[in-house]
Design a protein around this ligand. Sequence first.
Ligand code: IFL
Ligand code: CA
Length: 446
Amino acid sequence: RAEANAGTDWHALADDVRSQMAWAWDQYRQRAWGKDEIKPVSGTFSSFPLKTHHLGLSLIEALDTLWLMGLDTRFQDGVDWVKASFDADVDGEVSVFETSIRLVGGLLSAHLACGDAVLLAKARDLADRLLPAFATPTGMPYRFVNLRTGVPREPVTSPADIATYLPEWGTLSRLTGDPRYTAAARRAMVAVFERRSPLDLVATKINVLTGEWQSRTATVGSYCDSFFEYLWDGWQLFGDAACKRMYDTCTAAILKHQQVWKDGNLWIADVDFETGAVVSTEQDELASFYGGLLGQGGAFRQGAAYTESWAKVQARYGVLPEGYDYAAAKPTQVTNALRPELVDAAFNLWLIDRDPRWREIGRLHFEAMKRWNRAPFGYTDLADVTASPKRQADHCPGYWWSEQMKYYYLLFSDTPRFDYRDNYLSTEGNVLKGFRRDEAQGARRR
Ligand SMILES: O=C1NC[C@H](CO)[C@@H](O)[C@@H]1O
Ligand SMILES: [Ca+2]
């Protein structure tokens, strides 16, 4: 096992991550308490996923991160808010996918961290409000659903929106004894896989009523990314061998048809899902999670190479642009949405081989965020990473609280509150396995 970089005091860096989280949480507490998202430049707030109603999104996304960091008073303050004020009985339409990974996942991970039964009950109530979307001939869910009426909308959706449920819903079935959640999540996932092309590729759009594909583009970026991730995760979290076989089939096809080496860098091109012809050399930043998944699934060499390709783009622009064309070697979208994917991948690779290179990528990602994304009342998106100085936007996404701040802390802290050998984090960074609550009790007693 490689020794940690002699020069870096990783635990001091972890303390800095914790202090940034505490500071951002305190700003949220003062200016946006119970709201979905804080606007860190103006100090106001915005709503997501409902258009006008708030569900306390950032608060719920932050909970398990606060717990891992030992910010126990702030954690309890958040849990108390959920118990007193979180209510999903809203006559409003939400994305089934976003609501599940962020809010069902956030409530579940908070429950697993502290054991409070109310958090589990609220996660279950929310899943019950999403379930009606799955009542289709194929078992693949509509894209949207009304939380109060259960009325679904939009049958044309994506493999990621359709198949990113099993870890959260399988955990819900395990904890409640109700098999409906696992069954719905798994049926939807298999329904996508069964419609793969003769090349074993899937595309970005499909009609859940007819099962007909509505696009021809195969990608590991948005619309397909977490479909592949959750095939592997069904195996990692539940030992579901069928999920592993489906993952292996899809990954072999991606590495056969989408693997492009250019100037020694690995990219995963978007291709036509039936011919394999390259259709685009643009990569969206979301695809940069994929190096971590390749490493987890056994293609470590390609996973490491793809992650290094993205690390070079980060080194060039300071922070990652939302879109990058590897053929033109320039950004195609100059915004930065304060996304976690590169450090998500680095963290997953570090869990496998503990190479300090991955911690270093995490450190660079964190230091860049502090330098360019920090605003008066929290951390913000950027409007233009190529401007000098970089121009900030005014929005802190919910995933920031659940993802990169957690990945940085777990990468640097060696916290006794986390089992670094046997764990599972969801695509939203929610810990669904690996909390060491005994250690936490011990810490509180000392
Ligand atoms: O899977 C996801 N996609 C988009 C967000 C992060 O960029 C986040 O919600 C999650 O990681
Ligand atoms: Ca993700």
